[in-house]
Design a protein around this ligand. Structure first.
Ligand code: SAM
Length: 252
């Protein structure tokens, strides 16, 4: 095939899952894309917006499928040398726990133009579904997005210090470690009665929400789907009203 590059690589946020939470800009770029590298969790309705593109699945799905980052970088470079419009579609927002930096740095060093298109991050979609502000006036003046997950070769996570310092905490990639997270926070002085909301599959028809507290999080079964752990006083009212039980299954 004739080479038409160097093209631009667009790092595009796909949002939390609901296809209609995609930005208009993202939809336009997908329509123009010649090749799309997408995370495994991106729904088929969003991929259908790229009818003329070659679709390549990369990225992770809870350890089920993973393409090494260096290989993804190389694929993006090769594609940019061959096509004019290359979309790298990432769940949520690319700049939050999305490994965007590795791709931007690598491509920039090779002289490839990179453009970022933001997406709705999971914590904001979960907050919308709950109808509870992350910064409810009078209760929370700070919110932190953290993950206890550390990649190979990276420095130790400072999530605990960050979580203790903020009024509201959104924990990404932590749902399988609820017990350890709760124990660490309690051991560091956070009361076991601190309210918690666990939101699985935010924005999707199969969404489910559990309200509990840190004591309850120690024994809560790990969700099967992508889930956020939200911690803070802003969840006290909802947790109390619902008796610290699994509260809702969402139907869009
Ligand atoms: C690798 S991080 C990517 C985050 C993404 N860049 C974002 O901005 O939402 C994956 C984690 O995001 C969270 N997540 C992604 N989609 C979600 C959803 N629909 N509902 C709840 N949590 C979600 C989960 O904590 C999951 O383990």
């Amino acid at each position: 095939m004739k080479t038409r590059g160097p093209g631009t690589v667009y790092l595009v946020g796909a949002g939390p899952g609901a296809p209609d939470l995609l930005t208009v800009r993202a939809a336009r770029l997908l329509g123009e894309a010649e090749i799309v590298f997408h995370d495994a969790l991106v729904p088929k309705e969003i991929l259908a917006l790229a009818p003329n593109a070659k679709l390549v699945a990369v990225g992770k799905r809870s350890g089920r499928f993973s393409t090494a980052q260096q290989f993804i970088n190389k694929q993006l470079l090769d594609a940019a040398r061959r096509y004019r419009s290359v979309v790298r579609l990432k769940g949520g927002d690319p700049m939050l726990f999305g490994r965007a930096h590795e791709e931007i740095e690598f491509l920039a060093a090779k002289g490839i133009a990179v453009t970022i298109v933001p997406g709705v991050t999971a914590a904001l979609a979960a907050s919308a579904e709950l109808g509870i502000s992350l910064t409810r006036r009078g209760e929370a003046r700070s919110v932190t997005f953290v993950t206890p997950r550390v990649g190979a070769g990276t420095s130790k996570s400072s999530w605990l210090q960050a979580a203790l310092a903020a009024d509201t905490v959104a924990i990404y990639m932590g749902a399988g470690q609820g017990s350890a997270i709760a124990q660490a926070l309690i051991a560091a002085g956070k009361p076991g009665t601190t309210p918690v909301a666990v939101v699985e599959n935010a924005s999707l028809p199969e969404m489910s929400v559990s309200f509990t507290n840190l004591d309850g999080l120690r024994v809560l079964a790990a969700p099967a789907g992508p889930a956020l752990i939200l911690i803070g006083e802003v969840y006290r009212e909802a947790a109390a009203a619902l008796g610290l039980r699994r509260s809702a299954s969402h139907a869009a």
